[in-house]
Design a protein around this ligand. Sequence first.
Ligand code: TYM
Length: 335
Amino acid sequence: MRVVSGIQPTGNLHLGNYLGAIKQWVAMQDQVASGGGQSLFFLADLHALTVHQEPAALANATIEMAAALMAAGIDPAKSILFNQARVPAHSELCWLLGGTARMGWLNKMTQWKDKAGKNSEGASVGLFTYPVLQAADVLVYKATHVPVGEDQKQHLELARNIATKFNTDFAVELFPLPEPMIGSAAPRVMSLRDGSAKMSKSDPSDASRVNLIDSDDVIAQKCRKARTDAEPLPGEMAGLEGRAEAKNLVTIYAALAGRAPTDVLGEFAGQGFGQFKPALADLMIATLGPIRDRMTALLSDRAAIGAALAEGAARANALAAPTLREAQDAMGLQV
Ligand code: TYM
């Protein structure tokens, strides 16, 4: 079993990242370590470059995101933790796969359509080829499992298509097909301000998300102000249909508590958000508060985080180099 996943070091780690991906990373890390497999987690700094980044801010955010991951439980002694830019095989394999990926496949990517919007002529080339780099990220390690939130599912299907076409075109069995692992508890955490938009680092409203760095007071306030409706909570999940904001909060509660949503509704049925929101805020603070405090402590020694990433990159390079070489050989680049 080889587990690989990444996160862009832009903005802060938020509750959507945590519940959709990082919580699973930590669980899988422990499972994989005990089974003799390998897990690799990285800061996708090259992906971040597809929109302009201030260099100093990107460097800073990379260290902070690494600290956030470590604080959340990613242990460099159990997993390989590194930043993508320090493992050149990602970029090199991306170029090799550029001959395999089809324009039509990339044109169908919903994130490309959403991010480029009506101005695709003005979008960067990198934004368009972004999913090919993502395919290279996982294929360069022959990943078997990729834990992600639901929004990354399409990119991973593309990675599987690229792997299949490469294996077929060059008559090799080089790349195993990576399996997306979409966390079942909260695969798509929605904005606290709009139940139809996903919680996201790029939402201009900070009130739309709970950030890992938020103080307890800020978390409580964001929770109190979260958009809801005036109805009491129903006894069954079916009663939340058409109530996107309410459903989101119940899903978050259940994921944080490690309980089934129906079980949570069993406890709160008939109660309004005046009762539910403070309980939810307490749960958020109990989960995120200690992670935030560990992150702050880790950030008192940024050099140590940089050193941990450098060590992770050395280990990742050693795993990636043979696959890159095999891909080159398969393509006639061995001269
Ligand atoms: P990114 O940085 O946007 O998000 C990191 C992880 O968090 C998940 N996520 C969410 N899950 C549930 N609800 C949400 N509201 C939510 N928002 C984010 C994402 O699904 C993701 O798992 N392209 C990727 C990074 C990447 C990658 C990879 C991932 C680069 N290469 C290779 C897997 C494998 C991204 O931008 O994720």
